[in-house]
Design a protein around this ligand. Structure first.
Ligand code: ASP
Length: 329
């Protein structure tokens, strides 16, 4: 009897603790952390900070902070989340790398499909091909001529192996049948600083990071990676890579929200409800649209659809990455 009591008591306490946690989530004064797997000031960071602001009210005024666990193309932050306590107080905002990393990077220390709870998707974001301000090329045609003249001398910034900028840069080089020297950073915020300063030549990055720099003429912009031209005022005159001759070239980045596997279902529901409210927040929508992003308003806001979408993206990108022969360890 005594032994049974000893065995049952801790289990009961754990169950009570979990129940209380779910019902009270989020506990007043307990901070919710959104892990961003890239450097502060970059595009993923920007989405996370705007989202944290928009989710605060629907989560009862909770304090939501961003933790930039940057490096290794976004896998350090994802791994940190996968190993964090599954209590709803640690979340991850990640992008398309959740779907491309499993193929692009041979040894990732977590499983995209089984180590996370999927909480819903946030937005879709186009990318732009941009160059340092001193580049002589003033349009896409001159840009490709400059690339041809400078074969072997061009370097290309990215946010590390497996990142969106890495993927986009690789696909661009494959499409042009040229090789550039990759320069990895912990995110495209520091890469942007170096691009503006002329330390690197080119970059392919989300409009959430490039729009204001293009508008301010701090960088040269040559094309967008979407199938259609964009409507954002600063970007509407940029040609698509498809219309510029790179048939089928299309990359759109998307962001989703995740929690460690095992986060209680009712806590997940509260977070998903807060996410849904944030995605309808006019202020959040306005900020995102101003940067060329499209806030998700379709079924991918539902966790099951988010998971289905990521699985479809893994299936879509895997053969493309394999065919391009681009891997990293
Ligand atoms: N834009 C980056 C990427 O290439 C990530 C970032 O800094 O947010 O994936």
């Amino acid at each position: 009897m005594k032994t049974l009591f000893k065995t049952l008591l801790p289990l009961t306490m754990v169950a009570l603790a979990c129940g209380a946690q779910a019902a009270d989530f989020p506990i007043k004064d307990k901070t919710i952390t959104i892990i961003v797997p890239f450097a502060a000031g970059g595009p993923t960071d920007r989405v996370a900070r705007d989202l944290a602001e928009a989710m605060r009210k629907p989560l009862g005024g909770a304090t939501i902070v961003v933790d930039n666990a940057a490096g290794a193309g976004g896998s350090i932050g994802a791994n940190k989340t996968a190993k964090a306590p599954a209590d709803g107080y640690t979340l991850l905002l990640h992008h398309i790398a959740m779907a491309t990393m499993p193929t692009l990077v041979r040894n990732i220390p977590f499983k995209v499909e089984s180590d996370f709870e999927y909480l819903g998707m946030v937005n879709d974001v186009p990318m732009t091909v941009i160059g340092k301000p001193a580049l002589p090329a003033n349009n896409y045609k001159e840009f490709t001529a400059w690339i041809a003249q400078n074969k072997g001398k061009i370097n290309l910034g990215n946010a590390g192996v497996g990142s969106a900028s890495h993927l986009c840069g690789l696909l661009f080089q494959t499409a042009l049948k040229t090789d550039m020297t990759p320069v990895p950073y912990k995110g495209t915020a520091p890469a942007m600083t170096d691009l503006i300063g002329g330390q690197i030549d080119l970059m392919c990055d989300q409009t959430t990071n490039t729009t204001s720099q293009i508008e301010g003429k701090k960088v040269k912009a040559y094309a967008v990676t979407t199938a259609k031209r964009l409507t954002t005022p600063a970007l509407k005159d940029l040609p698509t890579l498809q219309e510029s001759g790179l048939k089928d070239f299309e990359v759109t980045i998307w962001h989703g929200l995740y929690a460690p596997k095992g986060t209680p279902a009712d806590v997940q529901k509260k977070i998903n409800d807060a996410l849904k409210a944030a995605l309808k927040d006019p202020e959040f929508i306005k900020k995102q649209e101003g940067l060329g992003a499209v806030v998700v308003s379709d079924k991918r806001i539902e966790p099951a659809e988010h998971k289905k979408f990521v699985a479809a993206e893994i299936a879509k990108w895997s053969p493309i990455i394999k065919a391009a022969g681009v891997y990293a360890d």
